[in-house]
Design a protein around this ligand. Structure first.
Ligand code: TRP
Length: 331
């Protein structure tokens, strides 16, 4: 039998090229070999966007279009919506007995997020418990593998621990201990040179951006700030135009030629960026075309996702019943 994968995204906006190299291409690769589930984490998105339900709702169809656009196959991959699977909440409440407030408070990811969001002494409980709730996402299908970014490592670690403690306490074999798979891909910097690309940072190139927008954004890309004339020798390190060349441009000779000419002041930023535009268009224009197809059949795609959610509900119900059996609350 194929091993089961679960992964997820918070619906809080459209996906960008950071996601493409960070997770999306990987999902396209994994979908043939594994039984892959992709969850749209709208309940989790609400934990820090509860006052903006419109955004979360609209982002669901953006995600669906982005998935389709990059080649996630809606037949091979089971895409589902978190709020349609209440078994996740049920699993969460039973698992919550197996951790402590102190343990959650030491979770590095949640610590950083609380600091970033300036929650300080008024952290919403719903947000605070999301790492444990996320264990419910993973265990609702009893996943074997969870491909995630490094920042999610503590969540997977706590999921393993919760699964193990539950099994041990009730001398049962309800859960697998799911394993994280970390991508080898590097973090994609924003067009402004910030190490992270993000919606809130205003430095992202979206999969849905059209040609003109792409061109405009490429013009804004951070290069070598000390280089004023095309005849000045330029730096490659930290130069985002070349970082993107390495990601997108298949013509390795061209990259080498541009880099060596850049270093000695024999090529302009304009030319480097023109070549970059061609290279990026080659990758992004087919994605953009497929995204248009997706937009034209949004309703149908959502219907598939809702049908899938029913399937996951049934799988989750099986898990819940085993848990209840173990806890002697199944009547
Ligand atoms: N917390 C993840 C993120 O912010 C999204 C997510 C929710 C997730 N549930 C998950 C990822 C379960 C992997 C498994 O990116």
């Amino acid at each position: 039998m194929k091993k089961r994968i679960l992964t997820g995204d918070r619906p809080t906006g459209k996906l960008h090229i950071g996601h493409l190299f960070g997770s999306l291409q990987n999902r396209v690769k994994l979908q043939d070999e594994y039984d892959q589930f992709v969850m749209i984490a709208n309940v989790q998105a609400l934990t820090d966007n509860f006052d903006n339900p419109e955004k979360v709702k609209e982002s669901i169809s953006e995600l669906i279009c982005d998935y389709y656009a990059v080649g996630i196959d809606f037949e091979k991959t089971t895409i589902f919506i978190q709020s349609e699977v209440p078994q996740i909440h049920e699993i969460f409440i039973y698992l919550a007995n197996f951790t402590t407030i102190q343990q959650v408070s030491h979770n590095p990811t949640i610590k950083t997020e609380i600091a970033d969001k300036k929650f300080e002494s008024s952290t919403p409980l719903g947000f605070y418990i999301y790492p444990i709730h996320q264990a419910g996402d993973i265990l609702v299908v009893n996943a074997d593998l969870v491909p995630v970014g490094r920042d999610q490592a503590p969540m997977i670690e706590s999921t393993r621990e919760l699964a193990r403690k539950f099994n041990e306490t009730y001398k049962s074999k309800v859960f697998n201990e799911p394993q994280a798979i970390f991508g080898t891909e590097k973090n994609i910097p924003g067009i402004d040179g910030n190490v992270k690309m993000g919606k809130s940072l205003g430095n992202a190139i979206y999969l849905s951006d059209n040609s003109e927008t792409l061109k405009k954004k490429i013009k804004m890309i951070y290069t070598d700030p000390n280089r004023i004339h095309a005849t000045d020798p330029g730096k490659i390190e930290g130069n985002i135009a070349f970082f993107y060349h390495d990601l997108f441009n298949e013509d390795l000779d061209e990259i080498e030629d541009l880099k060596s000419r850049y270093k000695i002041g024999k090529v302009s930023d304009v030319e480097v960026k023109e070549r970059l535009f061609f290279a990026m268009e080659k990758v992004l224009s087919p994605i953009r075309e497929r995204r248009k197809i997706a937009e034209n059949q949004k309703d149908k795609l959502l219907e598939i996702v809702l049908e899938n959610s029913k399937k996951v509900r049934a799988i989750g119900q099986g898990v819940v019943e085993k848990m209840k059996d173990a806890m002697k609350i199944r009547f």
